[in-house]
Write a protein that binds this ligand. Structure first.
Ligand SMILES: *Cc1c(COP(=O)(O)O)cnc(C)c1O
Length: 431
């Protein structure tokens, strides 16, 4: 039943819900979803939409994936929740073993989402130096970065419209350039060299940690760097002794074509933040992985050495069960994520010839380009116009300003993929 105007006379808006990143005065009211299956969302009026951005990058395999649903149901009947300071349980044990084997990082700390996974990584890095009796006070992040919306995560993220109201509350972070690249970019070497020089200078100051989104910055605009750049960043970080934090909240679990983007780039971080695809997109859960030597730095009889951080739902068994089932799917049919880049490529190549398309780039299942515009930025209206046109044709996109991207669930079939590109092509003609 369509909603009546209520709570301030706003037709189409629910009287009690408050939506994220949404300005009610100007946004279109949210669509009402009643179920979803595979790559499709079903609306209450019966319309079906291709979920071309995996419901904000979390739906990894597809909506309603049966084995994950079954694993959650089974776990719910067995053990739904227990405090994780005094207890451990088989689902958490198994997940820690599998993620350690998959990532090469031995210790796993649980939290509830991507922002908290980043917060925990920052707190661990900061306290690790303090526990050693040699506190380091500088953190380094990259321009354009997005690491989440809690205070610490906001502080290391690029300062923006989003963080502006809280600016005085955010701790200081040193920032290095992010030399993003795209197809046909001939200036990347010079930008990389300048970025590395800048980073090297920053690292002259004792640094606790350097945090980055390996290979692809997500919310900052699907900004891709080359693998070789990250390897040189790692070498500089190692030479300085600082810890390297990889925020794989978006790139993890096959999105880059490899299980982790760090593996594709050939770098080995000290700490890694994971969420989004972790549970296949079924349940909110975050994980921070750490090298064993970091864990060791928190062990001792002095109470102050302890990592005093935790959440009520730490290591929630349902989340662990979902994550185990999702990993099983990823590892048992790797061609699904490994082969996605090759499926995108011919479509993106064709689209790249369109006069409105700038800077095409591709990583694993993520394809992106920019709309030609004189005013790039999150508030650029072109992306929103394209979003509305695509929606009319049954494809859900959510451009970041002028940056348009596809980040579909791995189950998306060839016809659905072709449809996404066809709809974007038509929308570009009509913009
Ligand atoms: C989405 C995202 C986060 C924040 O995760 P939430 O679960 O939304 O808190 C952090 N880092 C990156 C790279 C992300 O894409």
């Amino acid at each position: 039943m369509p909603l009546r105007a209520a709570g301030g006379e706003r037709p189409g808006w629910h009287p009690h819900l408050w939506h994220p990143f949404t300005q009610v005065a100007t946004a279109d009211p949210p669509l009402r979803v009643v179920r979803a299956s595979g790559a499709l969302l079903e609306l209450d009026d019966g319309r079906q939409l291709i979920d071309a951005i995996s419901s904000w990058w979390v739906t990894l395999h597809g909506h309603g994936e049966a084995t994950i649903a079954a694993a959650i149901a089974h776990q719910a009947r067995t053990l739904e929740q227990v405090g994780f300071s005094d207890f451990r349980h088989p689902a958490a044990e198994q997940l820690s073993e599998r993620l350690a084997a998959a990532s090469g990082l031995e210790r796993l700390f649980f939290s509830d989402n991507g922002s908290t996974a980043v917060e925990v990584a920052l707190k661990i890095a900061w306290q690790w130096w303090r526990n050693r009796g040699e506190p380091r006070r500088q953190l380094i992040a990259f321009e354009g970065a997005y690491h989440g919306d809690t205070f610490g995560a906001m502080a290391v993220g690029e300062r923006s419209l989003f963080s502006a109201p809280f600016e005085p509350l955010l701790f200081a972070v040193a920032r290095a350039p992010w030399p993003a690249t795209w197809w046909g970019d001939d200036g990347v070497e010079a930008r990389e060299a300048a970025a590395l020089e800048h980073l090297e200078q920053l690292l002259d100051t004792p640094t606790a940690a350097v945090i980055l989104e390996p290979l692809l910055q997500g919310a900052g605009g699907m900004a891709l760097v080359r693998e070789g750049f990250l390897r040189r960043v790692e070498a500089l970080v190692r030479a300085s002794g600082a810890l390297l934090i990889a925020d794989e909240v978006m790139t993890g679990f096959g999105r880059s074509g490899h299980l982790f983007a760090c593996q594709r780039a050939g770098i080995r971080p000290d700490l890694m933040a994971l969420s989004k695809g972790l549970t296949g997109g079924f349940l909110p859960m975050g994980v921070t992985l750490a090298r064993e030597a970091i864990y060791e730095g928190f062990i001792g009889t002095a109470p102050g050495l302890t990592l005093f951080h935790g959440h009520s739902f730490t290591a929630n068994p349902l989340g662990c069960a979902a994550a185990l089932a999702s990993l099983e799917l990823l590892e048992s049919r790797p061609q699904r994520h490994q082969g996605f880049e090759a499926r995108h490529r011919p479509h993106l190549e064709a689209l790249a010839a369109h006069p409105r398309v700038r800077r095409p780039r591709l990583l694993g299942s993520v394809a992106a380009f920019e709309l030609a515009t004189d005013a790039p930025g999150y508030l650029n209206p072109l992306g929103l116009r394209l979003q509305r046109l695509a929606l009319e044709r049954g494809v859900f996109l959510r451009p970041l300003g002028q940056v348009v991207y596809l980040l579909p669930p791995l189950c998306l079939d060839d016809d659905q993929l072709a449809r996404c590109y066809a709809v974007i092509g038509e929308a570009l003609d009509r913009l």
